[in-house]
Design a protein around this ligand. Structure first.
Ligand code: ZN
Length: 199
């Protein structure tokens, strides 16, 4: 093997699902599917921007069925004084009203950040078929980073998982928000100190 050989660092995007025998099946995404997933993830990122405009942590979600947008949602926890107002919950609640059904068979939920345990639970109850997420959440992610509640072997429904769609862009959207917020807090503190020091 030539030492000059270039190693491609791009990792193939896969969907992990559970078959009827309870076995894990890993399938590589076709380039067509990846383009579709990226298109919807950008719509979810636009939802995240709406959250950010309200001072919320920018997380956005969309639910899609048969190539059509069913519902959208973004994080509203602070504005609504509601710890359950995550993007996915907002999206699922809106989708239920559109579909007039509490089961969301054959749907795909796109979300910019790995779902937490609450949202993963709601996805199992909704019977969502597949979740596509952007950035990993190493602290509270319930799609594999901390736990995998979407594919728990003893649950009666398993949600297929596609991770890593626009992962870097989704992660940057979040980290830029936190960076900006830290800078704003620091500037505010400095201003307060300055005012306090003035006679
Ligand atoms: Zn959540």
């Amino acid at each position: 093997m030539s030492s000059k050989q270039v190693t491609l660092t791009q990792v193939a995007i896969t969907t992990v699902s559970i078959n009827h025998l309870g076995q894990q099946v890993v399938s590589e995404l076709s380039s067509e599917q990846q383009a579709i997933d990226e298109k919807w993830m950008r719509v979810a990122m636009d939802q995240a921007k709406l959250a950010e405009a309200k001072g919320e942590v920018p997380v956005g979600a969309v639910l899609v069925k048969d190539g059509e947008l069913i519902a959208t949602g973004y994080n509203l926890s602070i504005c609504e004084h509601n710890p359950t107002a995550h993007a996915e919950i907002e999206c699922i609640q809106a989708a239920g009203k559109v579909l007039e059904n509490y089961r969301m068979l054959g749907t795909t939920l796109y979300v910019t950040l790995e779902p937490c345990s609450m949202c993963a639970g709601a996805m199992v109850h909704s019977r969502i078929e597949r979740v596509v997420y952007g950035a990993d959440d190493l602290k509270t992610g319930a799609a594999g980073s901390v736990v995998n509640l979407l594919q728990h072997e003893q649950f009666n429904h398993h949600v297929a998982i596609t991770k890593g769609i626009l992962a870097d862009e989704c992660a940057a959207q979040l980290s830029n928000f936190f960076k900006r917020r830290r800078a704003e807090k620091k500037a505010l503190k400095k201003q307060q100190q300055l005012q306090a020091s003035q006679p």
